[in-house]
Design a protein around this ligand. Sequence first.
Ligand code: PPE
Length: 312
Amino acid sequence: MPIPPTEKIWMDGELVAWEDATIHVLTHGLHYGSGVFEGIRAYRTTRGPSVFRLTDHIRRLFRSAHVYHMQIPFSAEELCDATVETIRANGMQECYIRPLVYRGYGEMGLNPLPAPVNVSIAVWPWGVYLGEESLESGVRAKISSWKRTDHNVLPPGAKATGQYIGSGLAKVEALHGGYDEAILLNHAGYVTDGSGENVFVVKEGVLYTPPFSAGCLDGITRDSIMVVARDQGYEVVERNLSRFDLYTADEAFFTGTAAEVAPIREVDDRPMGFSGRGPVTKELQETFFAAARGEIDRYARWLTLVEDAPSH
Ligand code: PPE
């Protein structure tokens, strides 16, 4: 489905009309993937829209930019304010938010340093990422023949636009095979993450997820789920997972801003112990949504209420 247009997009400090948010075809980032980005969601709460873990996302954006020698010409605070301003300007109650920092129009060539650094923030309604049914019935995942980039190929902890071309290969392979999502292994054969989600398995009431050293993104939803799970009394272990661990889990699920908390029903045609949404997944999923919707005081620190934020 094409992106549903909203009113305004924030570009380098200005709100411009959606249809005017265009760039030159010789933009560096378009040729070489020299950009970094974030995916953030805002949820409806009884106190108006609220951005989930905004400062954590913006901090990760700065870390990603730092790795690629990009000097963002705004402070983290300015980008947080700009995010809120963009949501407000579009009158969104719930939306997906896409901040993008990219090498713009300037010099061509592989040295990115002479090209300017541009920043944009767009918001739009993005429904259930892995399909309407996914949050309840779960998805069918396939272990990809494509490997996740090694730490010395492209740092997996930096959310760079260019690296997602590899995630696209994995995603298409999964879709062509009749699956919903891909799970990528690293070169040692251990699980890293999905094409755009972190992975958890549940075995005998304990949660397991790969460590960053395996080559996954330091997902903010992953972190939220770890906090929520521990608060609910679950043990959460970060350790390398093999495909055997996926095939023999009681439950498994993906976490991500776009995907939210999506149960994995099968991996490589092997149904999970609980085929569908298992009880632990359901409990954590419900708690996650309640936290994001401002229903749990304990997690109020994760919310940035759009109506409370200063306007400029
Ligand atoms: N791993 C990868 C590779 C990844 O891209 C994401 C986010 C995650 C894990 C989960 O991270 P977090 O969102 O902080 O919990 N993927 C973003 C892009 C999805 C897209 O299709 O574009 C997202 O979820 O916004």
